[in-house]
Design a protein around this ligand. Sequence first.
Ligand code: COA
Length: 163
Amino acid sequence: MNPEKYTIKTAAKTDFEWIKELYAQTWSGDICVSRGKVQKVDDFTGGFVAETGGQNTGFVTYTISGTELEITGIVSLKEKGGIGSALVKAVIELAKKQKIKKICLVTTNDNLNGIVFWQKRGFKLVKVYPGSMEYVRQIKPAVPLIGENGIPLMDELELEMIL
Ligand SMILES: CC(C)(COP(=O)(O)OP(=O)(O)OC[C@H]1O[C@@H](n2cnc3c(N)ncnc32)[C@H](O)[C@@H]1OP(=O)(O)O)[C@@H](O)C(=O)NCCC(=O)NCCS
């Protein structure tokens, strides 16, 4: 089967309305809480959007701070067709152009798919924040107690790629 063709573009201001909505659906609110830091989607540095047949089918967002780029979210609405990988590639290319030294991101202990996805794309697991989702729930009370795969959602896992 031929996967549908997609294109990757820099997220425009108008795309951020769509991103914000999908972000909120995916992570129980339009706020990113990672490693004790709180960021609004509106305050992210930028992002990329995947488009398939004129429809947005995925996004990745990031925040740059000094020489570090944090991937603050990634969603593919057409999984296993290459969109997620293409979005990550776009971020890595941008980071290299901007002389970023480290790309980091946080996933959670229940997200087995995410843990596999990032490691297969060259990211290394560098830190576990045991029990940190309790703090996340103080800021975002809608974050569920049970996450994906029926696993209690408890810890943040930090992954990074040194450029
Ligand atoms: C993680 C996520 C973004 C990946 O997106 P995706 O579009 O499925 O990513 P890709 O298609 O590039 O890669 C997924 C798998 O499909 C495979 N694939 C890609 N194109 C394919 C094709 N044409 N045919 C068959 N398999 C294909 C890839 O090789 C990859 O498998 P691998 O990891 O074993 O190499 C997506 O699963 C998602 O949105 N998850 C929910 C949100 C989430 O948890 N985000 C945060 C992650 S920390």
